[in-house]
Design a protein around this ligand. Sequence first.
Ligand code: 3PG
Length: 206
Amino acid sequence: MDALELMDLCPVVPVVVLHDAETAVPLARALVAGGLPVIEVTLRTPVAMDAIKRIAAEVPGAVIGAGTVVSADQARAATGAGAHFLVSPGCTDGLRQAMTDTGLPFLAGVSTASEALALFEHGVTAMKFFPAEAAGGAPYLKALGGPLPDIRFCPTGGITPRNAPGYLALPNVGCVGGTWLTPENLIGTADWTAIESLARTAALLR
Ligand code: 3PG
């Protein structure tokens, strides 16, 4: 699977911040049951790598990614933990090379035409658009589609159920990502039914 195929799997990628590794498996099961099997666990908490390991080992059907990858070491560690894809908020030559070397599909973050071109000249045609709303939102991304028609984006950062359809209607958007599906209060109360229901609604967005 390459990054373009990854974006075709689901309209929405839940972006997950976990503070307790024990919640990883039931949370991932709820998202898969709700129709959103592509899940990004951000490497922003000490338990993230363990959570990725558990989901990869125990949740059939989940396509588990490591998000907030900001270093080559993290790219390698996430691969070792069993991640199926990598996501970074931005990109440098070193990080792009490290993510390429893992052999995994990756979505590197860009927010300008120049950043997108820096990846494109290395053959990368699928990327994350971050921070989507703050950087200019759907109109900005639509404008990039004119000169850069061969690049597809996964906007994240400020995406909501309200603005997601506007992004998903753009020809250069493969999927969107966001944290709204896995709010801390629902994870904290182990309300997997509510999370499954949020996923079910989001899965129908396109
Ligand atoms: C992130 O990496 O923080 C994602 O873009 C999620 O942002 P959100 O909380 O605005 O959905």
